[in-house]
Design a protein around this ligand. Structure first.
Ligand code: ZN
Ligand code: ZN
Length: 147
């Protein structure tokens, strides 16, 4: 939460109590979760909110760089790295866990390809599906389709 507060301060934004609650729910999940799941979890805690308030809070968290949008599933996960704009996201098909890794070489290759097309890159999100170390280690079959 301290890092979250810092991230908001750096951008001249305010980490309101609502944003804190929303961030806490997203950070508590190892999976990427959707806005409605956040809404449900808050409701269980007795915080009944309008979907639009939750959407706005999530948008602010994404803008502050402490939450990322998992594009291919329209879900969100907390960032533990403290970076912006460039991420290689690894999503486990079996348990749903989402992790980020440094992938400078991947992005250098993207820059190069884009550059040769006369395109200057500003950001990139690369989402990779597979099995996390935990699930691969158990030799489990990946779940069919996306979780
Ligand atoms: Zn991140
Ligand atoms: Zn897994």
């Amino acid at each position: 939460m301290e890092r979250a507060r810092q991230a908001f301060q750096n951008k001249g934004l305010k980490l309101t109590p609502l944003r804190q609650s929303v961030f806490r729910e997203i950070a508590a999940s190892h999976k990427a979760i959707g806005a409605y799941e956040v809404l449900d979890r808050l409701a269980i805690r007795g915080e009944r909110l309008a979907p639009i308030s939750v959407y706005r809070a999530i948008e602010a968290l994404v803008a502050a760089g402490i939450v990322h949008r998992f594009e291919s599933r329209n879900a969100f996960f907390a960032c533990h790295a403290g970076h912006e704009m460039r991420q290689l996201v690894l999503a486990c098909e079996a348990c749903g866990r989402v992790a980020e890794v440094d992938a400078d070489k991947v992005f250098a290759a993207i820059d190069k390809s884009a550059g040769s097309a006369g395109f200057s890159t500003k950001g990139a999100v690369v989402e990779v599906w597979g099995l996390c170390a935990n699930c691969a280690g158990e030799g489990r079959e990946p779940a069919h389709g996306r979780p």
